[in-house]
Design a protein around this ligand. Structure first.
Ligand SMILES: Cc1cc2nc3c(=O)[nH]c(=O)nc-3n(C[C@H](O)[C@H](O)[C@H](O)COP(=O)(O)OP(=O)(O)OC[C@H]3O[C@@H](n4cnc5c(N)ncnc54)[C@H](O)[C@@H]3O)c2cc1C
Length: 526
């Protein structure tokens, strides 16, 4: 993973002529500017880890698994939000963890946590580092140093129960590696967030991630059957049976705990047979409201697409749903939707037919297979485009929420207005696009992509727009996050999300499992 951008440098996406002219004409951006920083120009905050602390950590994990080198600290200095990437491009001293520690066993993690609690060191669990909410920021709080606890060595398929369809995967296994390990035995997890290529099993569990195939396979938290968590107060082995009435579900409590309650070392997950067939169909709707009503009908009827997504007019207009063709003018007007069906030949056929019937009855026009295939081919490409936009002097970021079907239109309008007016006040027009990509019987997510011109202090420019959008989300009945999690960025809205008593309950759990407060300070809990 690049330190100041997304993913593999070889997969970079230069801006097409279509996007370049869009930037120039609509946003007043000069795409020939270069806003990136050479790594040699970066000054990293010096490590504050003392020599005795380094020796103490090295005694636990071995000296080769403790590093205070800038080259190791910088890639763990934060996640991959636009704010993170803009910070990486800023001149002046950059924040970074004081050390990177890479344990190989649960006992080593327990010993690190004990040492950190005794010595007053903050510990930030680190999976793939793809957080977009400041989840891995090296916040020291009142501690003398912050260490990044990298889970990469927990990288195995621990076990597979083929009869029950359950697999135990190490926390550091990445998305592609999980599929590779499972497919070698005829199984698949089916969790494909856009960050799939770099994010990890532990990170998915810690953030209640949701993948693009959630209509078929569920959110990541719905896949979890159990997990092991090392906390400063001891080890928890959670989840005994496929279902249980033994009180409140502690698996649910630790899913989404964002490294503040403990370090997840392995996760037991529901898996399914590797799908034999995929069927594709793209659709056009006259407008977003008609499309949303059709998706609701599909979900409430339960016809079973694996993927179902709907882009609004703006997103359809610039062809963002099929990122490889952005700016090309092959889809005009209306709203594009895509559906995919995975499984056996017979089962995908029947689900496809039922879904078709519902969509056609609700105003859809079929576009054939191609738009859905193109979407699948380009599904992991958009983050590369964001890098090129930032480099060219445009601001580009995403944010997300969810609400009930009856409130969807109101919330979408309120967030769009908040972003447009906040960015307008900073002196730039804004292109606000939106899609639905996760559906439930009672509601859906809304995922916004914003492109604007960079004006003044760009970090402050985006912060102000995001604050306005977050306030609008809360004021209009949305959740502050459907799948990006809380981290530092959404923490100010947690009280509105769960109430003061809810926050007090989270604090009480934190005080029980992490009395010294060393785990991921400044995240999740207000
Ligand atoms: C381009 C892009 C696209 C994205 N698309 C999606 C998407 O489609 N769906 C989605 O849900 N999210 C998405 N995200 C957000 C992000 O990928 C998810 O939050 C992901 O689950 C984080 O996994 P990770 O392994 O990278 O965790 P990290 O970023 O390393 O950590 C995230 C949080 O979890 C904690 N953590 C990590 N591992 C552990 C562990 N083993 N034990 C305890 N705590 C731990 C960290 O301390 C931190 O608070 C996207 C991000 C980017 C940059």
């Amino acid at each position: 993973m690049k330190w100041d951008a997304w993913g593999d440098p070889a997969a970079a996406k230069p801006l097409s002529d279509g996007i370049r002219s869009l930037l120039e004409q609509a946003l007043g951006v000069d795409p020939d500017q270069n806003h990136s920083l050479d790594p040699s120009e970066v000054a990293v905050r010096p490590s504050a880890l003392t020599e005795p602390h380094r020796t103490g950590l090295a005694t636990i994990v071995g000296k080769e698994q403790v590093s205070t080198d800038d080259g190791d600290r910088l890639p763990r200095a934060g996640g991959k939000s636009t704010l993170d990437l803009l910070r990486r491009r800023s001149r002046g001293e950059q924040d970074a963890p004081d050390a990177v520690v890479i344990p190989g066993t649960e006992d080593e993690i327990a010993a690190i946590l004990e040492f950190a609690a005794q010595e007053g060191l903050a510990v930030v669990p680190f999976g793939g580092g793809t957080s977009v909410v400041g989840g891995v920021d090296p916040v020291r709080g009142h501690f003398s140093a912050s260490i990044s606890l990298d889970l990469r060595r927990f990288d195995t398929l621990v076990s597979l129960d083929e009869v029950s369809g359950e697999a135990v995967l190490g926390a550091g296994v990445t998305g592609p590696r999980a599929e590779e390990l499972l497919r070698a035995q005829g199984f698949s997890l089916g969790h494909f967030p856009q960050s799939f290529q770099y994010a990890t099993i532990g990170g998915f569990a810690a953030t209640r991630s949701s993948g693009q195939d959630s209509a078929g396979y569920g959110r990541f938290d719905e896949m979890i059957r159990g997990m092991r968590v090392v906390t400063p107060a001891g080890v928890l082995d959670l989840g005994k049976a496929p279902a249980s009435a033994a009180g409140p579900d502690l698996v649910e409590l630790f899913a989404g705990s964002e490294g503040t309650f403990g370090v997840i070392t392995r996760v037991r997950l529901r898996v399914h047979a590797e799908p034999a067939v995929t069927r594709y169909e793209g659709w056009s709707f006259p407008d977003f409201a008609t499309g949303a009503a059709a998706l609701r009908a599909v979900e409430q009827t339960g016809t079973g697409p694996t993927v179902i997504r709907l882009s609004d007019e703006a997103e359809t207009g610039i062809n963002l749903a099929t990122t490889d063709k952005i700016g090309a003018d092959q889809i005009t007007g209306g709203c594009l939707a895509v559906t995919l069906f995975e499984g056996s030949d017979e089962h995908t056929r029947s689900r496809h037919e039922e879904t078709r019937a519902v969509l056609l009855a609700h105003g859809a026009t079929s576009l054939g297979e191609e738009p859905a295939k193109l979407w699948e081919q380009g599904r992991f490409g958009a983050p590369y485009l964001r890098d090129s936009l930032l480099t060219a002097g445009a601001l580009c970021e995403t944010l997300e929420t969810a609400t009930t079907w009856s409130n969807l239109g109101t919330l979408k309008a309120a967030v769009t207005e908040a972003l447009t007016s906040a960015l307008g006040e900073s002196g730039t027009p804004a292109l606000v696009m939106c899609h639905i990509s996760h559906v439930y019987p009672t509601g859906a997510s809304l995922y916004f992509t914003v492109v604007a011109g960079q004006r003044g202090d760009v970090i402050e420019q985006w912060r102000a727009a995001k604050q306005r959008a977050s306030d609008a989300i809360v004021a209009h009945g949305g959740t502050i996050t459907h799948h990006h999690a809380v981290g530092t960025d959404h923490r100010p809205w947690m009280d509105s999300e769960v109430g003061e008593l809810g926050t007090a309950i989270l604090r009480a759990v934190k005080n029980t499992v992490d009395p010294a407060g060393i785990l991921n300070p400044g995240k999740l809990i207000p």
